[in-house]
Design a protein around this ligand. Structure first.
Ligand SMILES: [Zn+2]
Length: 471
């Protein structure tokens, strides 16, 4: 592998490659000058391709409203509520979601399949008797690399003040009919498209009782050896207005991404402590990617990336995937009104409590759906995240040699090396290095953080993979 090492110097033409819009070319990688002439790029975004623009246009806030209204109409969707009542309870919601997703799948030319993934949750915290829990899962099979999978979830169960109260009205409009509406609308819109990788759209249950549905889903993937390269939980994405007198923020969605991986091993922790890396876990890379492809005028949204696994005292279904070592993140609205979450529907001293549909903004939910669409489509169309990226540490030098495994995607055009100062939050420099599996750059590995990303013939870029030491 080392035989094909290319020594790369940074120059004015390399600085041009920093803009990242130029097609990958080995010419830019063999430019001759010194690193001092490279300059930092502005933080930039990648524009949507033509097909993504069509997908974004097709997302329909009226359909999203209809989905949220239907889910609220089941009265309660508590995990312990009726499973066999056709009108009220989680069973009615489950069957409606299943039928609706099957309707969308009918337009997919056989590429989308829909299943009820059911299991009996044994007695556990917040589960007093063995209880059937059902995830409704639509899978849009990838047309080129179907084994590479991206997942988006919303949870269709709901709750009130007492988490064991399975009979009171629990509309769960924001938490989390909004997220289910995002998932379902994306399934509808994408069913007629052909993503290169597989996208899974899942309405999960048991979230409020303890993430049971997503735990089962994530474990099923893990047990099957599934290659999940990104997962998003959309949970409480109903409005940019907290209805508490504070200023609205309808053009922002938060994305929570952890730093140190939840599933980090002791050996990985040792490496991280020795060379840094607490800000370079796979979920952080996913967060950077989403900001690059989903923040902007094409979605009408600012993605406020927050470097935490989740909010204080709260969690969501992405944690089930983080526990299995999959990159995962959570979308949620910019500012919450806790009177509207996990509350009995009631008025106290003139204050309305409860997760009511009147507090949802369907145009806002549609914009969140567009953010998800941009992220998922861009992930699925790009090559997979590079594998086995290492930084050569066999000898002490003031330059950097990176190696990785050459991807097998048929439209793979090459790679870019990205880097930033150790104190910088996001990638500031990129350099196209061609379709190679190793490169040497005249920058000291001690002074910056590096990543490698793959790029295809049409300019789609993968998330960056940070290198681990080779020894
Ligand atoms: Zn929730």
């Amino acid at each position: 592998m080392a035989k094909s090492t290319r020594r790369t110097f940074l120059s004015a033409s390399a600085a041009a490659a920093v803009a990242g819009v130029a097609a990958p070319s080995s010419a830019s990688a063999s430019a001759t000058a010194c690193a001092a002439s490279a300059r930092a790029a502005e933080h930039r975004t990648f524009p949507p391709d033509r097909e993504l623009r069509a997908i974004l246009r097709a997302v329909d806030s009226e359909r999203i409203e209809a989905i949220v209204r239907k889910l609220v109409s089941f009265g309660t969707r508590h995990t312990l509520s009726a499973q066999d009542d056709p009108m009220r309870g989680i069973g009615a919601a489950r069957d409606w979601i299943f039928a609706e997703l099957r309707r969308y799948a009918a337009a997919s030319g056989g590429r989308m399949t829909v299943e009820k993934q059911s299991f009996i949750q044994p007695v556990a915290a917040r589960i007093p008797v063995p209880t059937p829990i059902t995830n409704v899962v639509a899978t849009l099979r990838g047309s080129v690399t179907p084994e590479r999978i991206y997942v988006v979830t919303g949870h269709y169960d709901s709750r009130v003040t007492d988490v064991m109260d399975a009979t009171s009205d629990a509309p769960g409009a924001d938490d989390d009919a909004s997220g289910v509406a995002v998932v379902m609308e994306l399934a509808r819109v994408m069913a007629t498209h052909r993503p290169e990788a597989t996208i899974v759209f899942a309405a999960v249950a048991g979230e409020e009782q303890g993430l049971y549905g997503s735990d089962y889903l994530a474990q099923s993937f893990k047990s099957a050896g599934a290659d999940i390269q990104g997962m998003f939980s959309d949970d409480i994405v109903g409005t940019g207005n907290a209805y508490d007198g504070t200023r609205e923020d309808p053009r922002t969605v938060r994305l929570f991404v952890e730093g140190v991986p939840t599933a980090e091993t002791a050996a990985e922790a040792n490496v991280r402590r020795s060379v840094g890396g607490e800000n370079d876990g796979p979920s952080r890379q996913l967060g950077r990617f989403v900001a690059e492809v989903a923040d902007g005028p094409h979605t009408g949204m600012h993605v406020r990336v927050i470097w935490r696994r989740d909010r204080y005292l709260r969690g969501s279904d992405h944690i089930s995937f983080l526990l299995r070592g999959y990159p995962a993140a959570r979308f949620t609205e910019p500012r919450e009104n806790f009177n509207h979450e996990h509350q009995d529907v009631r008025v106290v001293a003139g204050v309305q409590y409860g997760d009511l549909i009147e507090f949802c903004d369907f145009d806002y939910i549609a914009r969140v759906a567009r953010v998800n669409a941009a992220a998922l489509w861009s992930l699925a169309q790009a090559p997979g995240t590079p594998r086995n990226v290492v930084i050569d540490t066999t000898q002490l030098t003031n330059e950097t040699t990176l190696r990785w495994q050459l991807g097998s995607e048929p439209d793979l055009a090459g790679y870019e090396v990205v880097w930033r100062e150790t104190t910088a939050p996001d990638w500031t420099h990129s350099l196209a290095v061609g379709k190679v599996a190793t490169v040497t750059i005249d920058l000291s590995k001690d002074n910056v953080f590096f990543g490698v990303r793959a790029i295809d013939a049409r300019g789609h870029r993968s998330p960056a993979a940070p290198p681990r030491p080779s020894s």
